[in-house]
Design a protein around this ligand. Structure first.
Ligand code: BDR
Ligand code: CA
Length: 311
């Protein structure tokens, strides 16, 4: 059965790969892409989302611009990771497909109200500002969401933008807190998982060897993204964070995790945006998320490579 999803995103090279994986997969129908400020400002994330749709030959996907800053804070961006464009590494042409007139938050609300309850999955790949704003403005939609499958947080891997916090959660911790408390079914792909799916030279070469424009573009994008992580972590390649969300929809057996309580630190200056996951079950707090801990990385890259070859 086809899964209907909305991708909420701040492209971002790894966001781009996630979008391509979704668009390459017949099991998934992308109802729309909602852009949010994150890796780079909104003016670029909405532009990049359209560039990626056009790369996939999918000018029919509606792309919406959403919130241009976190709910209660100034925007923190990550050009040091993604480059000034957000998609440095590949020179994609300016998109000609239009940006939709509606606001992303209205699109999320209207879609969830219009579609059968429990039939639409939200896939946030950036700060949770659009999702939390939609939930706050229209609490009736929370119960209509099939589930929220998001990239964000960390437990054992702790932080990548501060010593204690992962970027997506750190940028808008109040939004993350609202989503985690919403009661929606939540699946989280934290750094604990994404740091296992590294763009080794052999895996990037396999993507390049697909031989189509998408494979070559993805190889170029990951090559840029990687230079930062290779220096930072000393690892063989960069983590391909956001595609884990789409891969879970397609092949959940590749991932393993635990249903645990996850709470967000919203006040401490030192640990702002930390995802306090009760991995060991030491609190009595109820589980509110399926928090992933491991992934079959080779299986993930086989899936990705096979799918991108279809575009
Ligand atoms: C997350 O932050 C961004 O830099 C990536 O696109 C990913 O969504 C990883 O912490
Ligand atoms: Ca992202």
């Amino acid at each position: 059965m086809t899964q209907d999803i909305i991708i909420d995103t701040d492209p971002g090279q790894d966001d781009a790969v996630a979008i391509l994986l979704a668009l390459a997969s017949p099991e998934i129908r992308v109802l729309g892409i909602t852009a949010v400020a994150g890796n780079v400002p909104l003016s670029l994330t909405q532009l990049n989302a359209r560039k990626i749709c056009e790369l996939a030959g999918r000018r029919d996907i509606p792309v919406f611009a959403g919130c241009d800053r976190p709910m209660r804070r100034a925007l923190v961006t990550a050009e040091h990771v993604h480059g000034n464009s957000g998609l440095d590494g590949a020179d994609l042409p300016a998109p000609t497909m239009p940006l939709q007139d509606a606001h992303a938050v209205d699109f999320i609300i209207d879609t969830l109200r219009a579609r059968p309850a429990g039939s639409v999955t939200l896939c946030p790949l950036g700060p949770l500002t659009n999702i939390a704003t939609a939930f706050a403005r229209a609490p009736d939609i929370v119960g209509r969401v099939q589930r929220v499958v998001l990239m964000g947080g960390a437990y054992f891997e702790v932080g990548n933008i501060t010593p204690a916090a992962e970027f997506n959660i750190h940028v808008d911790p109040e939004a993350a807190d609202m989503v985690l408390r919403s009661g929606a079914e939540i699946v989280m792909m934290p750094l604990d998982v994404t740091h296992q799916v590294l763009t080794t030279r052999a895996r990037v070469q396999a993507l390049r060897d697909i031989g189509n424009r998408v494979g070559q573009t993805v190889a170029a994008l990951t090559g840029f993204f990687e230079r930062f992580d290779r220096q930072k972590y000393g690892s063989d390649g960069a983590p391909l964070h956001d595609p884990c969300v789409i891969a879970w929809l397609l092949a959940p057996h590749l991932f393993q995790g635990r249903h645990v309580n996850v709470e967000i630190e919203t006040t401490s200056a030192l640990t702002l945006g930390m995802t306090v996951a009760d991995w060991w079950g030491v609190s009595a707090r109820p589980a509110n998320a399926l928090f992933m801990g491991s992934v079959d990385a080779d299986g993930f890259y086989s899936l990705l490579t096979e799918r991108l070859a279809r575009l």
